[in-house]
Design a protein around this ligand. Structure first.
Ligand SMILES: CC(C)(COP(=O)(O)OP(=O)(O)OC[C@H]1O[C@@H](n2cnc3c(N)ncnc32)[C@H](O)[C@@H]1OP(=O)(O)O)[C@@H](O)C(=O)NCCC(=O)NCCS
Length: 181
């Protein structure tokens, strides 16, 4: 278990966030990251290890619930408990918001993330068939790093991990939630 320093990220962290996002097959763009960092209804939590940004989680406040929109840990820092600790920090934030439930969506193939969420008390609520574009689409091959993964980002269905797009092979989204209050 690696000890990290957890804090809310701000616009001053934008460049470091852009670099960390490159570890994702479909990185959020600089503009998208800047938008979430300046949105008062969104909290971007980061974890630093030895002064480096090692992971982040994006959680959005909704009228009664909160949505975990993204979670990412740098590849060389995985399996050290950082995502588990980030989830604890996310839950602390949603409790301060008095959210009733924390919701998320995850690619059906992302078994590592699904195991992480189950371990953190999330239950499966259902499935959205063919929600995600295939990760192996030609456009992605030019920039994707060779890793499994998938985003929870939806931004109301238009986020980089969740935007429906044309293409034959698509992947289901697993809908999960955890009751908070
Ligand atoms: C998913 C992700 C955030 C997990 O981060 P992490 O810091 O490695 O997670 P943790 O170390 O806290 O793991 C906690 C538990 O989750 C499960 N888990 C995490 N990654 C796993 C993997 N690749 N395979 C199987 N189980 C995994 C395990 O049960 C693990 O406990 P253990 O290490 O004692 O076996 C990280 O792999 C990642 O950034 N992946 C790419 C982006 C992504 O998929 N984000 C989630 C989108 S929904």
């Amino acid at each position: 278990m690696t000890e990290g320093v957890f804090r809310r990220l701000g616009v001053a962290d934008l460049e470091r966030l852009v670099v960390l996002e490159r570890a994702r097959p479909r990185p959020w763009t600089r503009d998208q990251l800047e938008t979430i960092l300046t949105d008062e209804a969104v909290c971007v939590l980061g974890v630093e290890v030895e002064g480096r940004l090692a992971g982040h989680a994006v959680v959005a406040r909704q009228p009664f619930e909160a949505e975990l929109q993204a979670m990412l840990v740098a590849p060389n820092m995985r399996r050290r408990g950082l995502a588990t600790s980030l989830l604890t920090a996310v839950i602390d934030q949603t409790l301060r918001w008095e959210s009733e439930r924390l919701l998320l969506e995850v690619r059906a193939s992302n078994s590592g993330a699904i195991a992480l969420y189950r371990q953190a008390g999330f239950c499966e609520d259902g499935r959205r068939r063919g929600y995600y574009p295939a990760l192996e689409s030609p456009a992605l091959k030019t920039r994707a790093e060779p890793q499994a993964g998938g985003g929870v980002a939806t931004w109301g269905g238009v986020g980089p991990g969740g935007a429906p797009s044309a293409g034959a092979e698509r992947e289901d989204a697993i809908l999960m939630s955890r009751r908070l209050l």
